[in-house]
Ligand binder design. Structure first.
Ligand SMILES: Cc1cc2nc3c(=O)[nH]c(=O)nc-3n(C[C@H](O)[C@H](O)[C@H](O)COP(=O)(O)OP(=O)(O)OC[C@H]3O[C@@H](n4cnc5c(N)ncnc54)[C@H](O)[C@@H]3O)c2cc1C
Length: 492
């Protein structure tokens, strides 16, 4: 019997190769296909959904989808209420997570998310070569060669959507006795026990919430205070701490000095950070929710630079390795492109809600800059500019979810008029020279106030304008019209 392999994308030459079939890989492939970019998608998995086939371990996401919302499912505005579904041009392929989840909850279960991603891949007929592992990489002239378990793939650019799921632990004496979050047991295992969770990131708070009802005591400890974004999401959206008031988990800002494991459990020695002093703690179970790293394979040997103790690739604003051209990243790894971080704000790139927009920008960038496929720009009559920009500032999900990170840009030249460039990384717009143009974004200051920001570039000089906030985030009233028109005057 002939050994027929009917899987798509046999080894060979492609313009772009995407590795991974999690949300990042699927979204990137969807966007590349719609632009007509010849590409292959490889995945070591047997089916779509990536890490949502097994994470989060306790089964509930932290990013929300509001099934009933002020806008109809499938509209662009609804994306603001649904941080989990992938993006599609066809309304029937949008907002799929809402279709699978329980309308009484505001966050999906892991299974809901997995089903929605499987449905997205099936309904949009996204082809992936499953069961194909990328094993090594080399450069050949301007091309990259990805060596896989099925053979060699030669391409002009590779997009690694390999996630950030390899367990990572800091060097602490005794931590080898502590299971990582990825190996945490079902909640029932911790019933009636004193549990110490090392780490105050999303995974730490997810565990804390999941164990609060059954564990005797839950303590979270790590040197840095919890990031506002985590606390906002945690207490604001699903009440990790809020519902328990003062009787929730104990949250300690302390560096763990050593951990001793004996027959009666764990003894942990800590040093306070925000408040000085030594702390001793006993726990029946300890879990290291200390983070993950991107599976980078041999890319560091190829010269791919990293940040965060080697965990994350260091990326340009368009998510290309800062040190090896042609090596791009999608999905959660796009957090390696930090953006401007004005007021210290983080991008939303670690979650599907944020990196789904990065994927669309990346696909357009690859098509234009690597493959010379210039897309059509929409022209805008001069009189429409102010109302259009204010409407985008008020409701564009790209701007509201990727605050201060993605911007809508329009160029302005006497020969071509006003042209809509679509969404770009704000950092790229601010740092690169270019034609006369305006970029708008929604920013958040250190107090959490959101306001529109306008960047106007005329004859190579960039000016930044901040428009006033509005109690209901409606930026279309007269005050904003007047102020925006004044900012645009030098451009027009
Ligand atoms: C514990 C945890 C909880 C999280 N909770 C949420 C949440 O609630 N909401 C949210 O939006 N985000 C959450 N995230 C972030 C999440 O990682 C991203 O949002 C997103 O799922 C990542 O998608 P991805 O496509 O980048 O990677 P993944 O989903 O991790 O997919 C990686 C893909 O790459 C493939 N791959 C890896 N190495 C190779 C190789 N060598 N060869 C071939 N294929 C390979 C894998 O098989 C897989 O298909 C969480 C992350 C963690 C770790």
């Amino acid at each position: 019997v002939a050994d027929l392999d009917e899987r798509p994308f046999p080894p060979g030459d492609y313009d772009v190769v995407v590795v991974g079939s999690g949300p990042g890989g699927l979204q990137t492939s969807y966007c590349l296909r719609r632009l007509g970019v010849r590409h292959a998608v490889l995945s070591a998995d047997d089916g779509p959904a990536g890490m949502f086939q097994r994470f989060p371990v306790l089964g509930r996401l932290i990013s929300w989808t509001q099934v009933e919302a002020p806008f109809e499912r499938g509209t662009r505005e609804y994306e603001l209420y649904d941080w989990n579904s992938l993006l599609a041009d066809e309304p029937e392929h949008r907002a799929l997570v809402a279709e699978f989840m329980n309308a009484d909850l505001d966050v999906p279960t892991r299974e809901d998310m997995e089903q929605a991603l499987v449905a997205f891949a099936a309904r949009t007929e996204l082809a992936v070569r499953y069961g194909c592992r990328w094993e090594a990489t080399r450069q050949e002239g301007a091309n990259l060669v990805l060596v896989s378990s099925d053979g060699e793939y030669r391409c002009r650019a590779a997009v690694f959507a390999t996630g950030v799921t390899e367990p990572w632990k800091p060097k602490i004496p005794g931590i080898e006795h502590v299971p990582h979050y990825a190996d945490a047991r079902p909640a029932a295992h911790y019933r009636g026990k004193r549990v110490l969770i090392i780490g105050k990131g999303d995974a730490g708070f997810e565990l804390a919430q999941g164990l609060l009802a059954s564990a005797r005591q839950v303590t979270l400890a790590s040197p840095a205070p919890a990031r506002a974004t985590v606390l906002e999401r945690a207490s604001g959206r699903i009440g990790y701490l809020q519902t328990h008031g003062d009787h929730g988990p104990l949250v300690l800002d302390a560096s763990i000095e050593w951990i001793e494991h004996g027959p009666d459990g764990f003894e942990i020695n800590m040093k306070g950070t925000t408040q000085e002093g030594d702390l001793e703690l006993e726990a029946d179970e300890v879990i290291a929710a200390t983070g993950f790293r991107t599976p980078l394979g041999d890319l560091p040997e190829l010269g791919v630079a990293t940040v965060a103790h080697g965990r994350i690739p260091a990326l340009t604003p368009f998510w290309e390795s800062i040190s090896v051209p042609g090596v791009y990243f999608a999905g959660n790894a796009t957090q390696g492109g930090p953006g401007l971080r004005k007021h210290g704000a983080f991008s939303g790139s670690v979650s599907v809600g944020g990196h789904r927009y990065n994927a669309r920008v990346l696909a357009e960038h690859l098509a234009e800059s690597r493959l010379g496929m210039r897309r059509q720009r929409r022209e805008l009559p001069r009189g429409d500019l102010v109302p259009y920009l204010l409407s985008e500032l008020t409701r564009a999900p790209e701007l509201w979810i990727q605050k201060g990170y993605l911007a809508r840009a329009l160029t302005c030249a006497s020969e071509t008029g006003i042209q809509d460039e679509g969404f770009l990384p704000l950092e790229h717009f601010v740092d690169e020279a270019g034609p006369n143009a305006v970029a708008i974004t929604v920013e958040m200051d250190a107090c959490g106030t959101t306001y529109p920001a306008v960047y106007v570039r005329v004859n190579g000089e960039l000016n930044e304008h901040v428009l006033p906030p509005h109690p209901t985030d409606d930026f279309e009233a007269e005050e904003h019209q007047r102020e925006l028109a004044a900012c645009l005057q030098p451009l027009l």
